[in-house]
Write a protein that binds this ligand. Structure first.
Ligand SMILES: Cc1cc2nc3c(=O)[nH]c(=O)nc-3n(C[C@H](O)[C@H](O)[C@H](O)COP(=O)(O)OP(=O)(O)OC[C@H]3O[C@@H](n4cnc5c(N)ncnc54)[C@H](O)[C@@H]3O)c2cc1C
Length: 413
């Protein structure tokens, strides 16, 4: 029976990179297994079909899960510059999109990225086999025995890159999470992240399709734990857009001691006092002016109407706003609190939060401390980031480190 030097499970971003880096670091026989009929599907779907490869100005505070310092330790071994160089050298020209410093292929096609990875895997004689769903693995007589639904494979080292639970039709359904738990690895409980939120305020459903730039805050027990300017998209049953996706993970699990509260300011660059002063001066200047007219000067018409309806004072002039109504209006404009009634779960989650904690791994190599020869990379590790290329960067870096280390170890490097 053939013995592979490195077996990689999962041909997603992390697995492709692991297999390529294992080869480049000298491994002879590398096997890449994927459960899906079409490996790399998530890459093709990513970035609205354009694949936001990485970010030119990573802020490590925008990663979540494990500590920023630990994440930095892994990423700096294969940072965004190296990722860009890697793809450029394979013919994928890249460009930066501001204001978020997102890196995309110039082709604006995620398919370019997947085709390039598939070519590189072929060129390096990585044995890519699919559909081969791994159902278990074990260590026996100094070899890793990997059992799929069809076959058994043997390898000197094993890299796990099977992703999480998000978009399960792409092949990532969490089977290997259960195998790890059986091995005694205490995984951080998974939950959907970067997903859309459902909201029970019926009046907001009528705003479906409307996009607006806002400030988002998430508070837990009165303390602001998330604060970001970004865009909001109203949907037929709730809220979406990058700002909501980034804030969503505080509403998808039951890991918080106190419930989280979402607050939206439709005036992202002005604080409550500035809005109060603006309203006061408008009242002084033109007290007979209708409130709806004033709101429409600052907000899209449909939103202005919805907010005025919430004041329950139809057709009111600004001069007639009582102190109580003024306060209520200012709160609606700068501290709007939609009632979050649910979320879209893994079906629409761009990533899974949770997974293998850093305490199990040597961050210089991504090898398990307790299981020599076993490595992990990508979304199965307890790291994820905000929208903007953070998640692929984690997958490329951790994949690179795991594959290279697995190869160097068996080759005595
Ligand atoms: C719609 C969408 C858009 C996104 N856009 C972006 C973006 O533009 N930029 C960005 O940075 N991030 C983006 N992300 C997130 C990014 O795609 C993921 O973080 C990244 O793909 C994770 O890579 P991975 O290799 O760890 O896991 P995955 O990409 O999930 O790959 C895991 C692979 O393992 C295989 N597998 C699973 N279990 C087994 C098993 N038991 N046996 C064999 N194979 C198995 C699966 O079939 C799959 O191919 C997006 C995600 C989605 C869903």
């Amino acid at each position: 029976m053939q013995i592979y030097q490195v077996i990689v499970v999962g041909a997603g971003a992390a697995g492709f990179m692991s297999a390529i880096s294992a080869k480049r670091a000298g491994a002879d026989q590398v096997l890449l297994l994927d459960a899906s009929e079409r490996p790399g599907t998530k890459i093709v779907m990513s970035g609205g079909g354009r694949c936001n490869l990485t970010n030119a100005e990573l802020d490590f505070r925008d990663f979540r899960g494990e500590s920023a310092n630990g994440i930095k330790k892994v990423i700096l071994q294969f940072p965004p510059e190296k990722v860009i160089q890697f793809f450029n050298s394979l013919g994928v020209k890249t460009k930066t999109e501001e204001p978020w410093h997102k890196i995309f292929p110039v082709s604006d096609s995620a398919q370019t990225v997947l085709s390039t990875l598939l070519n590189e895997v072929r060129k390096n004689h990585v044995n890519l086999k699919f559909p081969e769903k791994v159902i278990s693995f074990s260590f026996d007589k100094s070899l890793w025995k990997v059992t799929t639904q069809n076959e058994v494979f043997l390898g000197r080292s094993l890299v796990l890159a099977p992703g999480g639970f998000s978009y399960p039709h792409t092949g990532s359904d969490g089977v290997l999470w259960k195998v790890l738990e059986k091995l005694g690895v205490s995984l951080v409980s998974p939950k959907a992240a970067l997903t859309t939120l459902k909201c029970s305020d019926q009046d907001l459903h009528t705003l479906s399709g409307l996009t607006i730039w806002c400030r988002f805050r998430v508070r837990v027990d009165g303390k602001v734990i998330f604060n970001q300017e970004n865009s909001l998209l109203f949907t037929h049953d709730g809220l979406s857009g990058p700002g909501i996706l980034n804030a969503s993970e505080w509403f998808t699990g039951n890991d918080l001691k106190k419930p989280a509260e979402l607050s939206i300011s439709f005036f992202p660059n002005e604080n409550e006092n500035e809005i109060r002063d603006w309203l006061g001066s408008e009242i002084k200047k033109t007290p007979a002016s209708k409130l709806i007219r004033l709101l429409k000067t600052k907000l899209p018409e449909r939103l202005a109407v919805a907010l005025e309806n919430r004041l329950d004072s139809p057709d009111i002039s600004i001069g007639h706003l009582s102190k109580e109504k003024r306060n209520k209006l200012i709160e609606l404009l700068t501290d709007f609190k939609p009632v979050i009634s649910g979320h879209s779960g893994y079906k629409k989650a761009e990533v899974t939060a949770g997974g293998i904690p850093f305490s199990e791994l040597n961050l210089a190599t991504m090898e398990f401390k307790r299981f020599p020869g076993l490595y992990a990379a990508g979304e199965i590790v307890n790291v994820h980031g905000i929208i903007g290329g953070y998640n692929f960067q984690w997958a490329w870096s951790s994949g690179w480190v795991a594959g290279k280390s697995a190869s160097e170890k068996i080759n005595g490097g």
